[in-house]
Design a protein around this ligand. Sequence first.
Ligand SMILES: [Zn+2]
Length: 321
Amino acid sequence: MAASAGAEPHAVGLDIGGTKIAGGVVTESGRVLDRTRVPTPPDDQAATLAALLALVDELWARNPGVEAIGLGAAGLVERPGGNARWAPHNTYRRMELRRLLHERTGLPTSVDNDANAAAWAESRFGAGAASGDLVLVTVGTGIGGGLVLDGGIYHGEHGFAGELGHLIVDPEGDRCACGNRGCLEAMASGSTLGRLGREAAAGDPAGRLATLAALDGGPVTGEVVFAAASEGDKVALGLFERIGHWLGVGIASLVTIFDPDLVVVGGGVAATGELLLAPARASFERYVHARDHRDLPPVVPARLGADAGLVGAATLALARH
Ligand SMILES: [Zn+2]
């Protein structure tokens, strides 16, 4: 059911993730009027484009006043062309998303990396409302991120800046899906939490992790580790300490480089709150450069949840057109 937009300009926002495509209609001030979603097609680019167009058609039919389309896509998104060059969990390879959507709809279209769009949304409407220099780290299955610097998204020369999950925090560390070792994503993501949980359960079959997973009828996942930690299980709490430690190491480097006024931690694992954030803050404060001589930015949870990507994409499209 579409809510009334009033006179405020509004746009379609789309957020392509590895498992789902979320769509919404969003006003200039970041209010979400309408939402829909479909699974990300597994097979090919034609199916991805068809799914995107179907979402646009559905939302446009219910909200005929939309003025633009904004798309946030996982992976490397070329700027200014708006081509999705590559993403580990999506099929697109050099897919001309901006041109294809614009030609098929006639609407002004802008394309950005999904985490960049989320960082923009958090800086304007979420945890960092009025923040000019914000670092967003999203901790989910993987780790993504975005940089808002001097009031704008920092894209770098090609649009590929801000891949914070692949900041290497320990070159001798765990293997990352990208091929390197010791990326922040390999040391502190939800997948890593699940893997560490399975290792711990294998070594202690009578422990709480193994018991909870057996009750669930599946392997130990990040959710199982969270459930055990919430009960006060020491092993599970230790695993949150461990991934939080590495997250804080990454944040320390990011703050040392960018001197932001705020660090926002989003994504599914961040929804566990202080279990992750408390150890992350402790190691951030331990490792940041010249701790005693600088003003440390707060490290806070994201506020916009799963809407951040589509809110950012839509409001960027309205600002650009
Ligand atoms: Zn990596």
